[in-house]
Design a protein around this ligand. Structure first.
Ligand SMILES: Cc1ncc(COP(=O)(O)O)c(C=O)c1O
Length: 407
């Protein structure tokens, strides 16, 4: 038998740069330990899935459309779904010219991969919030960009620091391709960018001639009514590439997301996608389209928002009760995550083994950072754990933090 070492000799240089995602490894490990309370992955609450509606829709689609629901579809996606997405985006305040501005993707994770393939040359500067979404870092890394991480505060990315970074990069003659952000209910912090900063960001994008990528999985799960505009809704120059997904508001098992952008970008994405999966599942695209057509999300989104709001509240109260005073954490405006700052010098990565011994899991925050840092941080997801286990999990974790940090 060829052993691991011998087989690895055949791998392309590119494959050698592929690193296992910390979250995926953790989820696999935790899945084998059913007694672990997991605040690790950002999985939706199974109670949030519209099972009854999906069952009815599947019957309806099979009766109405017959075998076509099981046939290949076009690479760019079902025109029925793309038309529904255009309508859905109009309700979100985003006016698109038509379905030519939309490509359906296999989750928004594929949109991240397509983005990287189409835009990143080795050495290009890619600007991200620091911390940012781990799987975006992984998707981009394969194409060897130079990451520039811009710190965040309670109003999102520090645009004053972005401006400084852009000036510096320009003076060094470096090419910046895009700024990637999750401006609303960010992963991993739960923070939303203020309107003032959104405007300033787009002004800088215009001044420095940049593309802006708005990754937006969580903006429908907002815990209190908030006046805000998506970046794409404020985009007068066609610079914003918008990524949406049904993973958090319907089900991640559908694997249906989309990208909305200027047509030349969509056309290039379509070509890149042809070689990857030929098409996103036409069956699940039609399910998503029918959910939109029937207006199910109008009642479904408030129902699931209530679930996540209550869980978030429970986790915040438990942190207050069980964590040492020298810790701090974000107060999410929506979405799935709380970001915790432990005492300086405490290594959340090294603490994870102790937490797993006590049967509780989280993701160490340093993995969400580019260019180092964040060792004393961790991400907690309240989306998946059962409400009755959230308090117990945080109680255990509080004890681990106290023992580990000696407080
Ligand atoms: C910020 C962000 N982008 C993209 C994704 C990928 O979502 P999906 O591929 O399920 O649409 C996620 C999933 O957690 C996410 O948090």
């Amino acid at each position: 038998m060829l052993g691991k070492e011998k087989i690895e000799r055949y791998f392309a240089e590119r494959a050698k740069r592929m690193k296992a995602s910390m979250i995926r490894q953790l989820l696999r490990y935790v899945a084998e330990m059913p007694d672990v309370i997991s605040f690790g992955g950002g999985m939706p609450d199974p109670a949030s899935f519209p099972i009854k509606e999906v069952r009815e829709i599947v019957d309806y689609l099979v009766d109405e459309l017959g075998p076509t629901v099981l046939q290949y579809g076009s690479t760019i996606g079902s025109s029925t779904l793309r038309a529904q997405v255009v309508k859905f985006m109009a309700e979100m305040g985003i006016k698109l010219s038509g379905i030519e501005n939309v490509i359906i993707t296999t989750g928004s994770q594929q949109a991240l991969d397509l983005l990287a393939r189409v835009f990143i040359d080795a050495g290009d500067a890619v600007i991200v919030e620091n911390p940012t979404y781990l799987a975006a870092i992984n998707a981009f890394s394969l194409f060897q960009p130079r990451f520039v991480g811009i710190p965040m505060d309670g109003e999102g990315m520090r645009i004053d620091l972005l401006e400084e970074a852009l000036k510096k990069l320009k003076s060094e003659g470096r090419r910046v391709k895009f700024v990637y952000l999750i401006p609303t209910c960010q992963n991993p912090t739960g923070i939303s960018m203020s309107m003032e900063r959104r405007k300033w960001l787009l002004e800088l994008a215009s001044q420095y001639d940049l593309l802006v990528v708005e990754d937006d999985p969580y903006s429908h799960i907002l815990f209190k009514p908030t006046e805000f505009k998506r970046l794409k809704a404020m985009d007068e120059e066609g610079r914003v590439i918008y990524m949406g997904t049904f993973s958090k508001i319907i089900s991640p098992g559908l694997r249906v997301g989309w990208m909305a952008a200027e047509q030349p970008i969509i056309d290039k994405m379509e070509i890149a996608k042809q070689a990857i999966d030929l098409c996103t599942s036409p069956f699940t695209q039609l399910i998503a389209a029918e959910i939109l057509r029937r207006g199910i999300l109008k009642t479904h989104i408030p129902r699931i928002t209530k679930i996540y709001k209550e869980k978030c509240q429970l986790m915040l109260e438990s942190l207050e009760e069980f964590f040492p005073e020298n810790c701090d954490w974000s107060r999410p405006v929506g979405g799935f995550f709380i970001f915790v700052y432990l005492q300086q010098g405490v290594d959340a990565d090294a603490m994870l083994d102790k937490a797993l011994e006590r049967k509780v899991a989280y993701v160490p925050g340093k993995h969400f950072h580019v260019g180092g840092g964040g060792e004393n941080t961790l991400r907690l997801s309240y989306s998946y754990a059962k409400p009755e286990l959230i308090r117990e999990g945080i109680r255990r974790l509080g004890e681990v933090v106290r023992e580990f940090s000696g407080t």
